[in-house]
Design a protein around this ligand. Structure first.
Ligand SMILES: [Zn+2]
Length: 79
C-alpha cells in the first residue's frame, strides 16, 4: 500500500499515463480510501488543464501543495 506522500509524487506520472499497471492500481486503491488525495487529484486535474490552456506547462502551484500537505497532516495519516 502506498502512502499519501508517494501519492503526491506519483500524481504527475499517473495523469500522464506513465506509470506501470501495478503502480496505477495501487494509486487508485489509495484514492478509494483517501478523500484528501481524491480532492487533491481533482484540484490538480483542473489546475493542469488551466495551465495547459494558458501557459502550456504543468506545475503544481506551491499554495495548493501546501494546502494539501496541511490537509494530509490534519487527516492524521498512518506511517
Ligand atoms: Zn492519500
Amino acid at each position: 500500500m502506498i502512502c499519501c506522500k508517494e501519492c503526491l509524487d506519483l500524481l504527475y506520472d499517473y495523469l500522464e499515463g506513465d506509470l506501470d499497471q501495478e503502480t496505477t492500481k495501487s494509486l487508485e486503491e489509495h484514492f478509494q480510501d483517501c478523500p484528501p488525495c481524491i480532492s487533491f487529484l481533482n484540484t490538480y486535474k483542473s489546475t493542469t488543464k488551466i495551465c495547459r490552456n494558458t501557459l502550456n506547462q504543468v506545475e503544481i502551484p506551491e499554495a495548493i501543495r501546501e494546502t494539501l500537505l496541511k490537509v494530509l497532516k490534519d487527516h492524521k495519516v498512518d506511517n
